[in-house]
Ligand binder design. Sequence first.
Ligand code: FA5
Length: 331
Amino acid sequence: RAIDALAAVQDENTLQTWKTAHLGRSAAVMQIFSQIGQVDKALRGQVGQKANQVKQALEAALAEKEQAVREAVLARKLVAEKLDVTLPGRKPAYGRLHPATLALEDICQNLMEMGFQIYRSPEVETDENNFELLNIPAYHPARDMWDTFYTTKPGVLLRTHTSPGQIRAMRQVAPKPLRAILPGMSYRYEQTDASHESQFDQVEVIAVGPGITFGDLKGMIEDLAHRMFSPDVHIRLRPSYFPFTEPSAEVDIECFICGGKGCAVCKGGGWLEIGGCGMIHPTVLQNGGYDPSKFSGFAAGLGPERIAMLKYHIEDIRYFWGNDARFLEQF
Ligand code: FA5
C-alpha cells in the first residue's frame, strides 16, 4: 500500500506527508520494531528480519522518489522562469548634462586653452566681497543694479554675480600676475522674463599683470566667441557702467540664428547681451592686494545660459530651471 501511495506523490509536501505516514514513529513497519518484544521468541528473528527488509525497501523507494520529485520541480521551474536570451535588451535611461552645464564647460574649456586657471568661490558671500570691496558702498545707488537675496545673518547674502570671486582670487595670488576664471551660480531677486531668471550661471574672467590693456580684454572676448561659435561671428562692446571697472562695457554677440535680422532668440534685436566687462578699477585692484601704479587688469562676467540660448536656439531662459524633462532630454 505504501509503495502504491508513493506512486501518486508529485511534490515535496505530499512526499513529506508520505514519509511521516510510512516511515514515521507510528508507521506500521515501525510499530513492529517497537513491539518486537511481544513476538514469540522462536519467530522474533524472522519477523525482525522481514520488517527490516520492508523498511529498507520503503527507504529505497523514498530515495528514488525524492530524486524524481526534485527533478520534476526543477523542470517545472525551468519552464515557468524561461529566459529568452535572444530578446533585444532594454535600453537604460542615460543621464545627461544640463545645457547650462554644457555651455559652462565649453566656456571654461576654451578659456583654459587660452591660459586661464579655474578658481572656485562660494555662492553664499559676504556683503563686503559682493559689494563693498567692489567699490559699491552701502549708500551707493548702483546697489539697485543687483536685487539681492539676503540671509537672516547680517552681512551675508547669496552672491548676485561671480565678481566677488575677483577679490578672493586676487588676494590669493597678489602680487603675482593672475589669469583666472570663476564659474558658478548667481542669484538675484528678479522679475523673471524670457531672458532673466532668479538663478543663473556666470563665468568671471580676470587677468591682472603689468601692462594689461582694453585691447587684451577685447581680444580675449573675440577669441572666445570665435572658438565657441565660428570664426566669423561678430561681437560688439557697448559702453556701460560698473562701479568695479573703468571703462566698462556690455558684451553683445550678433545673433547668428537670424544673421542679426531679429528673431525669437534675440527678441528681434539682432544682438544678445552675454556679459559685462571692463578694466578693473584701481580701488578694486588695491582691495585685491595689487599696486595700481604697477598693475592693470581686465575682468568680465559672462552668462552661460544666454550663450546656450544662442547655441541651442532656446527662446526662453525659464526652460533652464523649469525642470521639464521634455526640455532636458533634448540635450
Ligand atoms: C554683472 O553681473 C557684472 N558682475 C559683470 C562684470 C564682471 C562686469 C566683471 C565687469 C567686470 P550684469 O548684471 O550685466 O553684470 O550680468 C552679466 C551677465 O550675466 C549678463 O550679461 C547675463 O548674461 C547674465 N545675467 C545677468 N542677470 C541675469 C539673469 N537675471 N538671468 C540670466 N542671466 C543673467
